[in-house]
Design a protein around this ligand. Structure first.
Ligand SMILES: [Zn+2]
Length: 276
């Protein structure tokens, strides 16, 4: 009888330990994906040994960059001291590569003044993406900021005269200048600039814990830095400002400086358009 009592208390201890080791990952295990996760409040989380900030409710986010290593590791140290190592297997993505030859020299090399301005813009954008805030909007179900034909995809790259250009990090949605852009999730405006050199009217919404949305080539910005926005709220209008070939919205998702594919966190455009 006594032996059985010891055994059962031991068993409940093990079960209790197992119950505490609990993490759910939401997202696609592929290059470019943003992963949202939930675990026991008070758990410490490490991605490849780097600590990740966790909300008091146990929520956190992380990403796999465009060329992310295909095997990574999540380590969770639960409040009861139990450590769990969770290996992550990431699918490799094929990106669209376009070779463009015979580009004029002046497009290849912008004027020194433009280079200077673009460098200043880039510094400002990087600072906004690095911003940490304790909002938990990143865990919401994101919506498309605009629906329509997708005219550009994440990860695609142009090779100009044999020289690879920067990959395209957004998803482009074609729309007329003046079409309303809404906030894909709640957040706080961390950048709102009317005329950046490459990206024209540029806005960043901070969704908390390193997750932010960028919007490029806007013609009008309705909100300013520090403003709080709600999911679905009109924040800007589509444009063709900066270096854009035509009016469209370029939407990007960032996890700090890591650029991720927005389509990994919203329902497919085809399914959304069908519901309309
Ligand atoms: Zn674009």
């Amino acid at each position: 009888m006594k032996k059985r009592a010891v055994l059962s208390s031991l068993l409940s201890l093990i079960l209790c330990g197992t119950a505490m080791a609990d993490v759910t990952l939401q997202g696609k295990m592929e290059q470019g994906a943003l992963i949202r996760a939930k675990t026991t409040p008070g758990t410490q989380v490490f991605l490849n040994d780097n600590p990740i900030k966790v909300t008091p409710q146990g929520e956190f986010a992380f990403g796999f960059e465009r060329e992310a290593e295909l095997t990574q590791q999540l380590k969770l140290v639960y409040p009861d001291g139990l450590t769990q190592i969770k290996p992550l297997t990431i699918a490799q993505k094929q990106y669209k590569i376009d070779r463009v030859n015979g580009i004029a020299k002046k497009i290849m090399k912008p004027a020194p003044k433009a280079v200077e301005r673009a460098a200043r813009d880039s510094k400002q954008v990087k600072a906004a993406r690095n911003h940490f805030s304790e909002q938990t909007a990143f865990a919401q179900d994101f919506i498309w900021p605009l629906t329509g034909r997708i005219s550009g995809v994440y990860g695609s790259q142009r090779v100009y005269n044999g020289k690879p250009g920067n990959p395209h990090y957004g998803v482009d949605v074609a729309a007329k200048t003046g079409t309303i852009v809404v906030a894909p999730a709640d957040g706080v405006i961390s950048l709102s600039v009317a005329d950046m050199f490459y990206s024209g009217g540029t806005m960043i919404i901070d969704h908390g814990y390193g997750v932010s949305s960028s919007f490029l080539h806007l013609s009008k910005l309705y909100v300013k830095e520090g403003d709080t926005v709600k999911q679905g709220q009109a924040v800007a209008e589509v444009g063709a400002t900066g270096r854009a070939t035509g009016p469209h919205l370029d939407w990007r998702i960032n996890w700090y400086q890591m650029r991720l594919d927005p389509v990994t966190i919203v329902p497919s455009m085809a399914s959304v358009l069908k519901q309309k």
